[in-house]
Design a protein around this ligand. Sequence first.
Ligand code: SFD
Ligand code: AMP
Length: 624
Amino acid sequence: MPNFETVEVTTDLLILGGGMAACGAAVEAAYWAKKHGLKVTLVDKAAMDRSGAVAMGLSAINQYIGLKDGANTVEDYVRYVRNDLMGITREDLVYDIARHVDSTVHLFEKWGLPIWKDEQGNYVHEGRWQIMINGESYKVVVAEAAKNALGTDNIYERVFIVEPLLDGDRIAGAVGFSVREEKFYVFKAKAVLAAMGGAVHVFKPRSSGEGLGRAWYPPWNSGSSFYFTAKAGAEQTCQEVRFIPVRFKDGYGPVGAWFLLFKSRATNALGGEYMVERADELEKWAPYGTSKPIPANLRNWLGMLDVMEGKGPIYMRTEEAIQKIAASAGDEKAAKKKLRELEAEAWEDFLDMTISQAILWAGQNIAPEEKPSEIAAAEPYFIGSHSGASGAWVSGPEDIAPPEYNWGYNRMATIKGLFCAGDASGASSHKFSSGSHAEGRIAAKSAIRFILENNTQPNVDSAKVEELKATILKPLETYEKFAPMSSDPNINPNFIKPKDFMFRLQKIMDEYAGGVSAQFSTNQHLLERGLELLEFLKEDSEKLAASNLHELMRCWENVQRMWQAEAHVRSILFREETRWPGYYFRADKPNMDEANWKVFVNCKWDPNTGEWEMIKRPIISILD
Ligand code: SFD
Ligand code: AMP
């Protein structure tokens, strides 16, 4: 076995991840921990300043209710999210975030995040719930507050978490390894808060060759939250509810500012506007399709129908939108001034969060005020915080959650002492950056309460730790043993390198589980065959090989993706209907079935038997 030092860290609360939810958790936990003399430790696989989805920055905060202006209510937000997810949502969780999210946004501003203001000093809204920011340094600002709260001695960066530690039915900590030094880490804790983001590159991306790795969501989020909580035995929800964003093609630039702020249209190559021409299709998906705003997946679906009919490419009509706003500014001089302002805003929108799209505009000679840009449906992602819903099944807030959704501590998974937030917690979509931070705060406060009421250090079985260490480091050993038997470091009959393993996974998911090449369509037979192929892949995961620490991380990232993939395929198979046609289409069950399937599809992996269980859970509305 490779001779790695074992580093042991004992703490009270262990926060896994350093993204938006984890930063929120750090700030809140530090406050309560100080009052009670508790220790809080945070572990991130990367450097918090630029880790996770907000690494590149963002140009908008997508969840702000504006309670102090009285324009919106928390109830309005819950109804909006419920409709967007075609009725499948934990209203208690969405409500809980919405009632706290404004205070998180006000903290961001206090910490130095520039939020756009109008002449009266009010936030500039992109849409009803979204506000504009100068957000290139968004993550740096949010991370700084978290680091100040915890103190750098309590933060472990560049440590990749792999497996949970358990003491009977209670979480006891986590193990992982440094991606820079030969160190194996054992974290022992009274409570653990999982906030390691969603999963990217489970499906084959559109990008290839020199563009490989380019994705909308961060490629470094590999399903660690799912894997960690599922391996602990925690029940999962909405694993079928992937998210497919429509984005500027190939650079993955965001569309929100164009649709909402600039009021742009999207048209097909023939000039037809699918949202108008295909409006009748929405009746089929009533009552959700006929409510406003039209759910994200149905907006996707109408565009996809055009593409399938051979009417692509689809264009964002940036030139039309910009010229229209500029012309309405007044005389020629005012219009020119407005045009320059809009040009700057359009470029900043990309430079703040998707720099590669700005580079692509430059590379393809696109001036947005002159020429439209292609948009396209991207590959599927697993993300509980945007317009998908996958994540762990967590307990809701005591004051509003119905008994079926509450088992003691807010945001605790079905494993004692294991809390989840952000992309890690499911069935509460549309959190975005601000809501994820707010949910991190909610979960951390609850975790501290759990610790105070269960104030014993769980036992950690040292034999189990040794076993995990050997398993986790095995790809290094495999490489060292077999590499000399081939002249090519990547091709060897005795092992598979993580990149090739990832390609195999992505091919299975793409072709059998409704990826881009299959035009997001699948059926029972394809899914069953996909599961069979995933089983072979799982067997071969034993032969993953790593030539260095970086590749060791890549190995485990891909094992995590594979587990995420399996839960997804099982969940699509279980739900015998099509409910989100713009996310995936079950060709053998092409209609929505409200009578039988207006339920949550949950699943659970049993650590003792290794078996998956599929579960239907009821939808209980807290609002009419
Ligand atoms: O335009 C391990 N998001 C947007 N939110 C907004 O509010 N406004 C926007 O404009 C947004 N848009 C957007 C967004 C994201 C991206 C990538 C783009 C555009 C291009 C969504 C938010 O960013 C998202 O909802 C939150 O960030 C989710 O927060 P969280 O905490 O659940 O995930 P994270 O921030 O990615 O952090 C994950 C952390 O985990 C670490 N990690 N650490 C240790 N061990 C492991 N094994 C780990 N695996 C992962 C990561 O390093 C990271 O620290 S728009 O498109 O809508
Ligand atoms: P996006 O850039 O697509 O992530 O969108 C940012 C925000 O705007 C999210 O809250 C989306 O749900 C919302 N949004 C984007 N496009 C539209 C649209 N055409 N209609 C309503 N809301 C939208």
